[in-house]
Design a binder for this molecule. Structure first.
Ligand code: FE2
Ligand code: FE2
Length: 197
């Protein structure tokens, strides 16, 4: 399986390079680098994490109508927000591309599919991807530096910080919050049991 992932990763990396702007592709490579580093620090198989990282934004620079077309062809049941802002679909489209082309499923599929918003029950692969996406070395704001440091020590706590940051940004910039991000936040805070106990 590891060898299989490595072969797919090489192919997907080349495809991502051909589909993305140079800046986007550099971001993808930096996410891959940090994600693999965090995997080795925490003793997690880095080949699945690496594949999730190289594929997560491969469709990020596609035109809106192309993302919509792909989403429809993959049978994605689009939310109202995705219909209005098709860029939100780039993770789901990438995950379904991986599944269709290479049979990728499980944690890698879930990580790529939900990397924009998060989702309750995220795997460690998904958490490492979201942490690396927000805190790769090209991100030079103070929160990113902090996240890079704490991620080496505590992935779970750092993931809470990532979700907090996404929510804070949305609130501070008067943007919409993706419901899945809120569900993830609530899950990380004990969900309904926390309210009633
Ligand atoms: Fe993305
Ligand atoms: Fe990204």
């Amino acid at each position: 399986m590891i060898t299989e992932y490595d072969t797919v990763t090489r192919e997907v990396r080349a495809k991502a390079k051909s589909m993305c702007s140079p800046e986007r592709f550099e971001h993808i490579l930096r996410v891959e680098r940090l994600a693999k580093r965090l995997s080795s620090i925490h003793g997690i198989d880095s080949s699945g994490v690496g594949l999730a990282a190289v594929s997560h934004d491969m469709f990020r620079d596609q035109a809106e109508d192309e993302l919509m077309r792909l989403a429809i062809s993959f049978g994605i049941d689009m939310t109202e927000m995705e219909r209005v802002a098709p860029v939100l679909l780039h993770g789901k489209v990438a995950a379904l591309y991986l599944k269709e082309e290479y049979g990728v499923d499980g944690d890698v599929f879930q990580a790529v599919y939900w990397h924009v918003s998060g989702i309750p029950g995220m795997s460690t692969t998904g958490k490492i991807l979201m942490i690396s996406d927000i805190a790769e070395e090209g991100r030079d704001f103070s929160e990113a530096l902090h996240i890079r440091e704490t991620a080496e020590v505590d992935l779970e706590k750092t993931f809470v910080d990532v979700i907090r940051l996404k929510i804070t940004w949305a609130v501070e910039s008067d943007s919409l919050l993706l419901p899945e991000t809120v569900w993830t936040w609530n899950e990380l805070h004990g969900g309904a049991s926390h309210v009633f106990n």
